[in-house]
Ligand binder design. Sequence first.
Ligand code: CZF
Ligand code: MG
Length: 184
Amino acid sequence: MKIFFITSNPGKVKEASSLLKPLGIEVEQLKFPYPEIQADSLEEVVEFGIRWLKDKVSKPFFIEDSGLFIEALEGFPGVYSAYVYRTIGLDGILKLMEGIENRRAYFKSVIGYYDGKVHIFVGKVYGKISHEKKGTQGFGYDPIFVPDGYDKTFAEMTTEEKNAISHRGKALKEFHRWLKENLK
Ligand SMILES: O=c1[nH]c(=O)c2ncn([C@@H]3O[C@H](COP(=O)(O)OP(=O)(O)OP(=O)(O)O)[C@@H](O)[C@H]3O)c2[nH]1
Ligand SMILES: [Mg+2]
């Protein structure tokens, strides 16, 4: 079975494909830009994106919005993670976190699948912001995020290792469970 993933982010496609392909689901990337509203929640961004896309894309598709929420920064960068990454980047976040003891943070992923109806799948992973960038794998903030129970960053993990515990891996597993039940 093939499903379309509308995203500009090859890192996300790699993770989605690596998790769904062994389950017989082929993920095809569709680089169809869509507006990402400045809402307070990832869910609102996804629901708006689907409403905007549904009459423009004929086949069933999914989109994903995700972000890094840092406790000591009141949840910043959160919904604005992509913009913050493009502007101040990892060094900017580490600078904001200089001298801050509380390094708690979580990544959240919201997947929206549209097959005539909107289906939402959410995943979260808790961890800490490291004091320095480590690792070259993954994408985005991976080099400064150490998931709970590990002593290495997401960027020091393989895609499989990250998918096993990440926010996106959890949301994708929920999505796959739903597909299995509803596409018999
Ligand atoms: O280190 C990271 N590991 C991750 O697993 C991850 N997931 C999200 N993010 C960050 O949050 C933004 C999401 O923004 P986002 O969901 O809008 O994605 P995006 O703009 O890159 O692609 P698109 O799907 O919107 O086309 C991205 O740019 C990244 O900076 C991550 N960083
Ligand atoms: Mg985006």
